[in-house]
Design a protein around this ligand. Structure first.
Ligand SMILES: [Zn+2]
Length: 850
């Protein structure tokens, strides 16, 4: 939809819809060019609403006929919907509309993907299917009839009558229209069953194209684990007779939690050992669980309006993180989550796109499916749990589920459940939802006569539209270590509520070493002057695995920043400490692999910027390269020993133990490749029987003079496996040298397998380009120009995906004047494109305003 004057929508303007919906009956006659959608909707006046204007959303619909109580009417139709005069009593609305799924490239509403009909209605896609009050606070039971010649016809709820060319579905649970789904295609099922704890038998199916039938088993196992876990941990049981998952190639997001009919991006469901990496398996397990958990946190209890998006997403991300922590390693999961939070959300919070977890306004809601809403939203749930304790958290969730089942609610309702259970006043905590920006926490300490005092000062920098920010409540988990490395004070939560606050520990025999913000107890930036000796001490002794990892990270970061500032050689203190850790057999290999990861280019750039310096992406890349080379030389023997010790001989399983071993072996291989020119990587590549090892070797070979041969061989082997070919595109670009990255992306965008139609493929090329920071920010500006060219091409077809990728430019204000000028020119060029979507216009305008 392209409209001339995009409207800004404000949270404060919320009013309930003037009518309630008692029942929705939909009938689809499928046709690629001319699908007919017949709706029969029972409305009645909403006693809670003052405004009785009868406006139904609708975009791009051809109205054939509309009736009220059987009488034909002629409603007033605009670009965004229709308005009609209706009686002041219950009435039946009927409409017949025509839509063209084959022409729908935006992948919102009803569209075709490889000949299969599917839908995506969150956030506002249902209005592209029929006229309806398309807002989450209008909930109703749906009956659906589908007529089409596809062998499989699916919708939400329980199956009803079916026969040649038709199927009927009935969903008894009232739901908002964004959870509506329909699928019709030539699909095969991977079936199973699950018996809930109260004895309900549920038929489970993963539906895929016939050629993908061998890639469903892991998703199904993940689903059953998630169903059991939600019963055991949250007391939540599934509530329909069937649960269907469908894999779709052309999909804007990861997956969608439509009631009883989850639709997944194929990359988030299909996996076999040969084609998926350990990281893919873990992601699939997490996303399957995430969408399943939405059945309660999102579907049974939904959001009153889209400003409350974090209510369902923050809570559900938190729940899926808990699930993964239980299935695998809690420490590894926490480190990965925080790494992602810092790379994406802290970056967002520090730039022109910063917004509160609950935004106050938006133009296009699709632009707010962000790291802030999801990842920071989940951190807020974690902080709440820390502040009230595990037991009160469980009682608050029980109260929330019973009190609000079947309702569309707000952050206020969510917090009220915690206040009622605990008696706490959460007014100050609510600022976490309304104030954007990442708080800085400055720490100082004092030691006198056995009294140790930690003093904190909090400060949140200004963000767009928010200058002054009052202090927030921050749970700071702290433990203390004695000089010999023993823990002298176990973890306790210091609850900071003031701008400045001190906490004293009494009765200590010697000055302790503090371990602050254990388990990353709050999404803040810790500012503390501590030397390498203390970091090395914590790396060796901290009992908190997150802070142990953090100490190693801080050492590496300090060494890298020193290299960047003075051209110094990598600090031997880091090398000594990391060697010790890497060979510590008591530590989980996955943890050791994470400890060998270096701070990324984004983290270093922001650190320099925060210190008042201008980061140079090229210099950062060179420093990282030199650091890795020096480290590889310093660890040569150890790397080989680690590699040999972590070869998995058992049959492949994507479990935590095996994937940890493979990740450490691959980390060692990356070091070895810097010394042997790729000889070992070539051997691993040739003998690999799984994608984790093959891709690990491939990415090493891409940095050697064996790159050309490896690239051809990989393509020839996997040309028919689209998800593997996505990796092939990505790997070549993320591993390219900065001066080559844009050229490589340009060549690959001309490859016959490149297409604008499939967001996965577009991201495989252009997401990879923006991930190659030094390549994207190459001083010539060629990375900027190339991305802008392709966003301009994608926008008319798929504005949602195009708009999201604009965030590649969000850090522009921290760069040097020359790069700023180059980016600004591209922002202006894109904004000047006639008919640019409101999605892109909003994103670019916000970025440019910085
Ligand atoms: Zn979600």
């Amino acid at each position: 939809m392209r409209d001339a004057a995009p409207q800004t929508i404000h949270l404060k303007d919320y009013t309930p819809f003037g009518f309630l919906v008692d029942k929705v009956a939909l009938s689809f006659r499928l046709d690629p060019q001319a699908t007919r959608v017949l709706s029969r909707i029972a409305f009645r006046p909403n006693p809670e609403a003052a405004d009785r204007r009868f406006f139904l959303h609708g975009e791009g619909l051809k109205l054939i006929e509309a009736r009220i109580d059987g009488e034909k009417i002629n409603p007033e139709i605009s670009e965004t919907g229709l308005e009609a005069a209706v009686p002041e009593r219950p009435f039946i609305w009927e409409a017949e509309v025509e839509i063209a799924p084959a022409a729908n490239t935006a992948l919102e509403g009803l569209y075709l993907s490889n000949g299969m009909y599917c839908t995506q209605c969150e956030a506002e896609g249902f209005r592209k299917i029929t006229f309806y009050p398309d807002r989450p606070d209008v909930m109703a039971p749906f009956d659906v009839r589908i007529e089409g010649d596809q062998p499989v016809l699916l919708s939400n709820g329980n199956p009803g009558a079916s026969g040649a060319g038709f199927a009927e579905w009935s969903d008894p649970w009232p739901k908002p229209s964004y959870l509506f789904a329909l699928v019709a295609g030539d699909l095969v099922a991977h079936p199973d069953r699950f018996v809930t704890r109260s004895g309900r038998e549920v038929a489970l199916n993963v539906w895929v194209r016939p050629e993908d039938a061998d890639k469903c088993a892991f998703a199904m196992e993940s689903l059953k684990k998630a169903m059991r876990w939600d019963e055991e941990k949250y007391g939540r049981e599934y509530d329909l007779d069937v649960f269907n998952i469908v894999a779709v190639d052309d999909f804007n997001m990861g997956a969608m939690e439509n009631k009883g009919l989850n639709i997944f991006n194929a990359s988030a469901v299909l996996a076999s050992p040969e084609t998926a990496t350990d990281a893919n398996f873990e992601r699939i397990e997490g996303i399957i669980a995430h969408e399943y958990f939405h059945n309660w946190t999102g579907n049974r209890i939904t959001c009153r309006d889209w400003f409350q998006l974090c209510l369902k997403e923050g809570l559900t991300v938190f729940r899926d993180s808990q699930f993964t922590a239980d299935q695998r390693s809690a420490a590894v999961k926490r480190i990965r989550d925080v790494t992602l939070l810092r790379a994406r959300q802290f970056r967002e919070d520090a730039g022109p796109l910063a917004h509160p977890v609950r935004p106050e306004s938006f133009v296009e809601i699709n632009n707010f499916y962000t790291a802030t809403v999801y990842e920071k939203g989940a951190e807020l749930v974690g902080m709440l749990r820390r502040l009230v304790g595990d037991e009160a958290y469980a009682r608050a969730l029980d109260l929330y589920f019973t009190r609000h089942d079947g309702q569309a609610v707000t952050i206020e309702d969510w917090l009220k459940a915690f206040e009622d259970v605990t008696g706490r006043d959460l007014t100050q905590f609510k600022r976490w939802y309304s104030d954007a920006g990442t708080p800085r926490l400055r720490v100082s300490e004092d030691w006198q006569d056995g009294r140790y005092t930690l003093s904190f000062e909090q400060f949140t920098p200004p963000t767009p539209g928010q200058d002054e920010k009052p202090p927030r409540v921050i749970p700071i988990a702290v433990g203390l270590l004695g000089p010999n490395g023993d823990e002298v004070r176990r973890t306790q939560i210091l609850e900071m509520t003031e701008e400045k606050q001190s906490f004293t520990f009494e009765g200590l025999a010697a000055r302790p070493v503090p371990s602050i913000l254990r388990d990353f107890s709050a999404p803040v930036i810790l500012e503390r002057e501590s030397g390498n000796a203390e970091r090395a001490f914590l790396l060796a002794h901290d009992t908190d695995p997150f802070n142990r990892w953090q100490a190693g990270r801080d050492l590496a970061r300090a060494a890298l920043l020193a290299m960047l500032r003075t051209g110094a050689a990598p600090d031997p203190a880091y090398l000594d400490a990391i060697r010790m850790l890497a060979r510590d057999e008591a530590l989980d290999p996955a943890f050791r692999a994470l400890a060998l990861d270096l701070p990324g280019e984004e983290e270093l750039a922001q650190a320099l910027f925060d210190a008042g310096e201008i980061p140079d992406p090229q210099a950062i890349w060179e420093a990282l390269e030199r650091f890795r080379q020096t480290r590889a030389e310093a660890m040569a023997d150890l790397a080989r020993a680690l590699y040999d010790a972590h070869q998995v001989t058992a049959p492949f399983a994507p479990n935590a133990a095996q994937s940890g071993a493979r990740s450490l072996a691959n980390a060692a291989l990356a070091m070895i490749t810097r010394l042997d020119g790729g000889a070992l990587a070539r051997r691993q590549y040739d003998s690999a029987d799984n994608m984790t090892l093959q891709l690990g070797a491939f990415s090493c070979l891409l940095r050697t003079d064996r790159a050309g041969a490896a690239t051809r061989a990989f393509y020839d082997q996997w040309r028919d496996e689209r998800l593997v070919i996505d990796k092939w595109f990505t790997m070549q670009i993320v591993n390219a040298r900065p001066e080559d990255a844009a050229g490589r992306a340009r060549e690959l965008a001309a490859h016959p397998d490149f297409t604008l139609k499939t967001p996965n493929r577009f991201r495989a090329v252009f997401g990879a380009l923006s991930a190659n920071q030094a390549g994207f920010h190459h001083a010539s500006g060629k990375g900027y120009a190339l991305l802008a060219d392709w966003l301009i091409r994608l926008d008319p077809l798929n504005p949602q995906t195009a708009a999201r990728m604009c965030s590649a430019f969000e850090t522009w204000r921290r760069l040097d004047p020359s790069r700023q000028k180059l980016i600004k020119a591209q922002l202006e060029r894109m904004l000047a494109v006639p008919g640019l979507s409101r999605d892109m216009t909003e994103m670019l305008t916000r970025i440019r305003a910085a």
